[in-house]
Design a protein around this ligand. Sequence first.
Ligand code: DX5
Ligand code: ZN
Length: 229
Amino acid sequence: MSFDRSIKIAPSILASDFANFGAECAAVEAQGADWIHVDVMDGHFVPNITFGAATCAAIRPHIKGIMDVHLMISPVDAYIEDFARAGADIITAHVEAGPHIHRTLQAIRASGAKAGVALNPGTPASAVAELLDLADLVCVMTVNPGFGGQKFIDMSKKIMSLREMIGDRPIHIEIDGGVDPVTAPLVARAGADVLVAGSAVFRGGSVSDPAPYGKNIRAIREATAGTYV
Ligand code: DX5
Ligand code: ZN
């Protein structure tokens, strides 16, 4: 996985047809998705349950590019190997998921996956100050995690301070929650390069009519034109 800071759109399959995950991943990738974002929820760290490593393993053959797994679970460490074996390219854990995020990121890297650390809206950028040598991605939540289709919470100041802290380290800044053509330029200008979007990508389309997926992805990408950092 080579590093560059160009804008990447990562549709979240949380907003896709749960009866057709494999076909949805193939369709949205064919329509221009750069990464596939997989939202794992345990009903404990967040008030919702979605899917686990078995689902990641099942969709892996249908994804040509990056499978970006967002673990909204606690505890995390016992499950890292399962997600790595399932084919996750990036495994992101929440800094709020437990007392030993440093060890969790070490374990993710040891599994062979890239390590991501996620910050809920209430957690300051300073929470990752001691983690930048262990992280390949910092995910800034712009909604309180657990559901798709929520209202965007502006975290521009946090994104800018993260961008400052990261400097020229090869660390992606990913934005997750409420990203659409209106909010995308805000976060791109602040320094983000990976934009997760669920409802704004999957709305209006289906596996049998995927063209809206491409239109929605292009609308988000075009909205960020000229904001390249
Ligand atoms: C929320 C998830 C997000 C969510 C994004 O807990 O982490 O990835 O699915 O969905 P939208 O883009 O609809 O806000
Ligand atoms: Zn997510």
